[in-house]
Design a protein around this ligand. Structure first.
Ligand code: FAD
Length: 333
């Protein structure tokens, strides 16, 4: 069977999205498969409201705005995007791989770029028996929109950078913000901790959430327990945002018929982003090589590398210039 696609990109995080755009610019027939119902990977799922300061060309850009820009850029080319399409199997070989999704859809592709980040991820949930009863109403694991918490009393649970970021982002919007951490020392960067201490955010340490219950006036009642102590404190909030990190797993990939070797959930790649399976490259947070940084900027650099070398192998006769202006002109744009 002839392949419908030259390149299939698995994973629609920022790095997969940029790779899809770049493949379009190289005139590849390309599809992008994403397991979540939205594009944007960690940026959209974990920190859509956070400002990102290390994207080239932007002194600061909100996570969700970066994703919008990437979608707009991808829109320059006819890329087949399938959401809610977790890839559960890859079989075949370079020139004709068959890709199967959880929904049972199959497609054929000459080569593959894996951009699955740390895998399908989900937040580390609050270990309190009835926590699920409040999820999505008063208990959240990320901030979908700051406006949602306008004039509310909010407690952020967590001690890392992103918990501190969340508390500081909420400070000008919410009526009152608390941050609760199980240790007296925060894990965040010194600068963030200094900003937190100088803010109006009320710090509660060392505490854990022991119980949740609705209050008579519709708030969420928290019972906080002192860690290694006996003190307990009650607090009523409009919203509890838990930021205990997230659990990600690339284990689904290990079950593929053709699966590149993984070490510590990452693919070891060479300088051209090749895995140990011919025709399958990997980019972004899902790869490891000496000096690899888990940053968007690093993944953006890896994407053109993977696309160009795969296209060179698939179509050696189509030698292409590297500069985008010429590539756009070749595409009639
Ligand atoms: C709180 C926080 C703050 C951060 N701040 C910054 C920052 O300021 N600057 C910076 O550069 N980086 C930051 N990062 C890191 C940055 O978000 C990652 O480096 C980046 O998201 C990696 O992009 P990616 O596309 O490789 O992977 P991801 O963003 O993880 O996207 C991978 C996508 O693949 C999908 N997927 C997984 N398995 C499958 C499958 N089998 N089939 C189909 N789809 C699949 C996932 O659903 C996901 O959407 C931060 C990370 C976090 C958690």
């Amino acid at each position: 069977m002839s392949s419908e696609y030259d390149l299939t990109i698995i994973g629609g995080g920022p790095v997969g999205m940029f790779a899809a755009f770049y493949a379009g610019m190289r005139n590849a027939r390309v599809q992008l498969l994403e397991s979540l119902p939205t594009l944007g990977g960690q940026v959209q799922a974990m920190y859509p409201e956070k400002m990102i300061h290390d994207i080239a060309g932007y002194s600061a850009i909100k996570g969700s705005d970066l994703v919008k820009q990437l979608e707009k850029q991808m829109g320059e080319f006819p890329i087949d995007v399938s959401l809610s399409s977790a890839v559960t199997n890859v079989s075949g070989q370079m020139g004709d791989f068959t890709v199967t999704t959880a929904q049972g859809a199959t497609s054929h592709t000459k080569a593959i770029i894996i951009a699955t980040g740390s895998g399908a991820f989900e937040p580390r949930r609050l270990a309190v028996e009835n926590a699920a009863d409040f999820e999505g109403r008063q208990l959240f694991y990320h901030i979908p929109s700051l406006e949602q918490f306008k004039d509310q009393t909010v407690l952020v649970a967590g001690g890392g950078d992103s918990a501190i970021d969340m508390a500081l982002m909420l400070e000008p919007v919410a009526k009152q913000v608390y941050i609760m951490h199980r240790r007296n020392r925060f894990r965040g960067m010194e600068h963030s901790v200094d900003l937190l201490k100088a803010s109006t955010v009320t710090i509660k340490t060392p505490y854990l959430i022991k119980a949740l219950a609705p209050t008579a006036d519709g708030q969420l009642g928290l019972t906080m327990k002192e860690v290694r102590g006996t003190a307990e404190e009650q607090l009523a909030v409009d919203a509890l945002i838990v930021n205990y990190g997230f659990i990600a797993d690339n284990k689904v990939i290990r079950g593929w018929d053709v699966a590149p070797t993984m070490s510590n959930q990452c693919f070891a790649v060479d300088t051209e982003m090749n895995t140990d399976v011919a025709g399958i490259t990997a980019i972004g947070d899902t790869v490891t090589y000496p000096g690899k940084l888990g940053l968007i900027a690093s993944g953006f650099g890896e994407a053109p590398n993977a696309v160009n070398q795969l296209m060179m192998r698939l179509y050696p006769e189509r030698r292409s210039p590297l500069h985008s202006t010429t590539l756009f002109e070749k595409n009639g744009r």
